[in-house]
Design a protein around this ligand. Structure first.
Ligand code: S0N
Length: 282
């Protein structure tokens, strides 16, 4: 069913399942991909297999030229994600069916950061622990009025001192980030909005409509402009790895120019390249 609002935006879409998974649902519609953690019985806590599936889906999204924006959410309205599945936390990491202890959610965090397309976290209910960090690494967060945000690490014997600490401090400031980690309190959607942790708060039954609207507004914009802005924001926090991503995007753009093509063509044609025809702009 497709409904169009007064601004011409499609507020409900026909979602097509892209690939079948066990722990997640990966769908797409009209330039938007939607990844849903589908373990509501544990408030969408992730086990290694859940993360492996998300990594697979996000890799597919990266290569899918028809997708420009990702909506990332949890199944149901009780939780976005409650972090690592404590039932399978073993010695040195979370243990999946292959018996290998992993912290593969760190790979997923980097993948979301590196994805050259905006990722919007759509948070109904709890975004807690590693689930809180997952919304944090997304570009934008749309929260339902029932959303609850917080870290639990020091209470349950874990911590995320990577993005979970540094990016949180960049987002809400050092003092607030330390409060969030040291006290392990939960914060309401309105409190999260007040501290700049989320972009907007809407009634839970409007989350779908609002997130599609935000995605469609982004899709109207220049994809390369959006891509460079995302990488510029990340380069500021990600150091050399962020610069590498930014530089790689610049190379991609350079390959599209006649100037770069002249260099390649000259090599293949076994002649001296003629770069004199290209302007040296200020
Ligand atoms: C979310 C909370 C506050 C909700 O409370 P509520 O409403 O009272 O519901 P519950 O009855 O507690 O939960 C409903 C059912 O869901 C199960 N459940 C909830 N969360 C988890 C979970 N994380 N793992 C496994 N099961 C979970 C409950 O047990 C319950 O099931 P039943 O009915 O069968 O008993 C509350 O649930 C809560 O506090 N949850 C735990 C939150 C938490 O501590 N998460 C883990 C935090 N740590 C991480 O996420 C680590 C992330 C990570 O991988 C990492 C990354 C980088 C560096 C380090 C690490 C690292 O591992 O340390």
């Amino acid at each position: 069913m497709t409904r169009v609002d007064s601004g011409g935006f499609h507020v409900t879409l026909q979602w097509e399942v892209v690939k079948d998974y066990t722990d997640i649902i990966y769908e797409r519609a009209q330039g938007i991909a939607r990844v849903t953690i589908n373990r509501p019985e544990v408030h969408n806590a992730f086990r290694p297999e859940t993360v492996a599936e998300m990594i697979d889906a996000f890799h597919h999204i990266r290569d899918d030229a028809s997708t420009g924006v990702v909506l990332f959410r949890g199944a149901g309205d009780k939780a976005f994600c409650s972090g690592g599945d404590q039932r399978v936390r073993g010695h040195g990491g979370y243990v999946g069916s292959d018996s290998v202890p992993r912290l593969n959610v760190l790979d997923l965090q980097r993948l979301i950061r590196q994805l050259p397309k905006p990722v919007i976290a759509v948070v109904a209910g709890y975004a807690i622990g590693g689930g809180h960090v997952l919304h944090l690494v997304c570009d934008l967060t749309i929260a339902g009025e029932n959303a609850r945000f917080g870290q639990t690490g020091p209470k349950v014997g874990s911590f995320d001192a990577g993005y979970g600490a540094s990016l949180l401090a960049r987002t809400v400031g050092q003092k607030k980030a330390k409060e969030i980690w040291y006290l392990c309190r939960q914060y309401s959607a309105q409190e999260a909005l007040d501290m700049g942790l989320v972009n907007t708060v809407v009634p839970v039954d409007r989350l779908e409509e609002e997130s599609i609207k935000w995605a469609q507004e982004i899709l109207e914009k220049s994809p390369i402009a959006i891509r460079f802005l995302k990488m510029a924001f990340n380069a500021d926090t990600d150091g050399a790895a962020g610069l590498q991503q930014f530089a790689g995007d610049a190379t991609m753009l350079y390959y599209m120019t006649e100037e770069a093509k002249e260099g390649k063509n000259a090599f293949l044609e076994k002649r001296k390249p003629d770069f004199t025809k290209f302007d040296r702009l200020p």
